[in-house]
Design a protein around this ligand. Structure first.
Ligand SMILES: [Zn+2]
Length: 435
């Protein structure tokens, strides 16, 4: 592995550490965009569509857009869509409970589709945002404070052969003390420098693995860590956007957009999710500020497109029969196109031609994911974005193992390659000539 790859991967690992929740991820992206000269657009203010980089943050979503010199109501959009949220356990209201033996439990509910077993026996922190009585919104993280302990094998003799069955209500309580003083919100208030728990009026807090990513394999080419789904796409898009801007933007004058949505893991139907208006708000308000109308907006959408990037499945070496026999994507095999006849992924022949051109321009070879027909396929923001806006969309990503585990596994070369192909996508036209 060369120095650039190693450095890139180390920076991504730090990005994961700095982004334990979707709100932290949006803040991490915003901080980098500020450093790259992007201007923050408040949605309550008049829209600024002057040339250069801009961004908005809405809840856990962050959308960045680069407007070239000479943009007009005829300038199309080229969108890379990703998401900032990951599956986990969300803190319930009135979270404190104590067992008869004195264990301090926290009440949690399931966010998205985590692999429950992967959350056992890990040192966990809670991270997210808190609202205060004096009207502030604070980012919050506790550091490692708790754990969901697994039942010892002596008390569950059949677990290895018959499988682990976990009730979401009964078996996922994290413990964070025994016979000790204090409630969780008082602890959190103290962490945040607030006088007492009554200053906290609301919170969105989710569990996260407190362990930093690790590099495995002889060359450190395999990366293990939390929230790769989909900080992989978020970080790859961020770096591609930074490089795009450093190089002066695309020569053919498209408006380049990085849309990092929230709430993908719970279906996207929220004000910061892909099924809500957030992307349309950015596209339409930018278009309007450039002098466009409803009519020209629809015309420009017909010339625009979207690369929806999320992680996909590598062939699992221990379960290789679960995958399609002829399409065998693997870790390190390069960026991945995702295809599904039921349109759980949006990719079609037109999208494929845009993807192929971007790959060729980046000097890369890709791979393709399609499900084994006996295994139902997951989905992502691609179909939602296409349906919401009528935007030609195609689904891509990188191959990972252990998707929706508290710690997933990817190949660092794929990260760089995905970022490179996002860059060439923003830079260039496609084989079909239309886009
Ligand atoms: Zn995802």
């Amino acid at each position: 592995m060369d120095t650039k790859t190693r450095e890139w991967a180390a920076n991504f690992a730090q990005f994961i550490v700095d982004s334990p929740s979707c709100y932290h991820a949006a803040a991490s992206v915003a901080k980098r965009l500020d450093a790259a000269g992007f201007r923050r657009q408040e949605e309550s203010e008049t829209w600024d569509a002057t040339p250069g980089g801009h961004y908005i943050v809405r809840d856990g979503a962050v959308l960045a857009y680069w407007i070239p010199q000479g943009a007009t109501p005829k300038t199309p959009f080229r969108v890379v869509g990703v998401h900032t949220d990951s599956p986990g356990l969300k803190l319930k209201p009135h979270p404190d409970a104590t067992t008869p033996e004195g264990f301090k439990h926290l009440g949690v509910e399931v966010y998205g589709g985590p692999l429950f077993n992967s959350w056992l026996d890990r040192d966990l922190e809670l991270a997210g945002r808190v609202t205060t009585r004096d009207g502030r919104v604070l980012l919050a993280r506790t550091g490692a404070i708790m754990r969901v302990p697994q039942l010892a094998i002596h008390l569950d003799r059949t677990v290895n052969n018959e499988g682990l069955k976990l009730s979401a209500q009964k078996h996922l309580h994290p413990i964070w003390g025994i016979n000790s003083e204090g409630d969780f919100l008082s602890f959190l208030a103290d962490k945040l420098g607030l006088d007492n728990a009554s200053e906290i009026v609301g919170y969105d807090l989710i569990t996260v693995d407190a362990q930093a990513p690790n590099f495995l394999g002889a060359q450190g080419e395999l990366m293990a860590g939390g929230r790769m789904d989909n900080l992989v796409g978020t970080y790859a898009g961020l770096v591609a956007m930074e490089e795009l801007v450093a190089n002066g933007g695309p020569t053919d004058g498209a408006i380049c957009v990085l849309a990092a949505f929230d709430h993908e893991e719970v279906g996207s139907s929220t004000c910061a999710g892909a099924a809500g208006p957030i992307l349309e708000d950015v596209l339409r308000r930018t278009h309007d500020a450039l002098g466009g109308t409803e009519e020209t907006f629809r015309a420009v959408i017909s010339l625009s497109n979207c690369m929806s990037s999320d992680v996909g499945h590598s062939v699992h070496p221990n379960y290789s029969e679960r995958h399609d026999p002829d399409n065998r994507p693997v870790l390190g095999g390069g960026p991945m196109l995702k295809v599904n006849a039921q349109q759980r992924y949006t990719t079609d022949a037109l999208g494929e031609s845009i993807w192929e051109k971007a790959l060729v321009d980046a000097g890369l070879k890709g791979q393709v994911f399609v499900s084994n027909n006996d295994m139902p396929c997951g989905s992502t923001i691609g179909p939602i974005t296409a349906t919401r806006l009528g935007l030609l969309t195609f689904d891509v990503g990188i191959a990972i193992l252990s998707m929706h585990s508290a710690r997933e596994l990817c190949h660092v070369q794929d990260l760089l390659d995905l970022s490179a192909v996002m860059g060439t996508y923003w830079h260039g036209a496609a084989y079909n000539g239309k886009h």
